[in-house]
Design a protein around this ligand. Sequence first.
Ligand code: HAM
Length: 419
Amino acid sequence: MTNTASFRAPRGTYDRLPPGSRDWQKVVREAEDLFGRAGYFPVDTPAFEHTEVFERGVGEASEVVGKQMYTFEDRGGRSLTLRPEGTAPVVRAVIEHGLQRGALPVKLAYSGFMFRQERPQKGRFRQFFQLGIEAIGSASALTDAEVIEIGHRFLRDAGVEPRLLVNSIGHSAESCRRGYLRELQGFLTDHSDELATDDRERIGSNPLRTFDSKEAATTSVMADAPVVSDHLCAECRAHFELVQSYLTDLSVDYEIDTRLVRGLDYYTRTAFEWVAGGLGSQNAVGGGGRYDGLSEALGGPSLPGIGFAIGMDRVMEARSGGPDVDQTARVYVVALGDDARREGLMLVTSLRRAGISAAQDLSERGMKGQMKDAVRMGADWAVILGEKEMASKRATLKNLHTQDQESVDFGSIERAVRS
Ligand code: HAM
């Protein structure tokens, strides 16, 4: 005997298995329909990009780029990175293909796996699944409201009761965020000996991140820190007020969180996050914001944009009601004997071709075992093909809800189960 060790999926990854996998598929389809109704076209970008797309797009000072990327050199010596998020790749694709030359904004929707080498825990994986939309080429606050409303609707339809947190982090001018950042750096420097070591090191490179620190020492300092929303320029302030008034018109409940800064460097103006209960410390089910400078950072034209990404793993965890009771087949063919099984194969195939889900026993079980299987699959009907039925060419059709039975000729089964 050879000594073959069995394998496990890599740390921080998972296998999506039945029956929950079907529930997942249903939720993703509902999202795709919802995004489609709002005019967001599906887009797919590669699972890996040139590393610089993220370095320049998401920002080298961010946690994601600095600490979490799966970066590797390929055999041609190029530095590539498994995408840690979808926004920078989508904007890269828009610029590369000149989509901005058509009608604006370019509205795109995506779903797929993202990769971050984080410490795995409940709700935090190294390969995780995001659903997102991006509206690229509009600076209007209407677009902010549209995007936020769509994400909110999706979460509610999926059975999550999210709290929506919104903030504005202004834009890069001296009269706005840059001026604020200097004030924040001054404040952090004054309190530097009270901060946790990691956070102290961020004062120069990424002072905003101190708001997201989990270190008790830092959080107590940050309680008195100046907040960006008090330092917005007049335009950013007006934009934020408009976004809020549109959300009110749309009856989307939100809370202003002046400490919400988000972890990716491309954000400007509107930043938002949805949080949900029951998820432990990883309670953000989704988030997004404006990124008015991202296209230029990637070498493209000026294209203000906004979008969000929702973490499917966390949605499935937070959703009330658990998995739906699922039907594998509407019609189950119970066949006894070789001739009946041959007839059953044809019948199941023709029902499926007609758009009706159907199954038959593939393990040559007896009558009792097959009936049990039909119930396990949640079938509405059992079509019984025994010796008597094969001789008369009339199947016994049993309604599994009422237990009523009738005799139906082979050619009329489809019609009978539809009625
Ligand atoms: P993000 O906040 O980094 O934003 O991720 C969005 C969501 O993805 C999170 O709220 C969370 O639900 C999920 N997520 C993130 N990391 C993990 C993980 N390790 N395990 C499980 N779920 C995770 C972005 O990615 C931006 N691209 C969103 C965006 C789109 N901004 C503008 N447009």
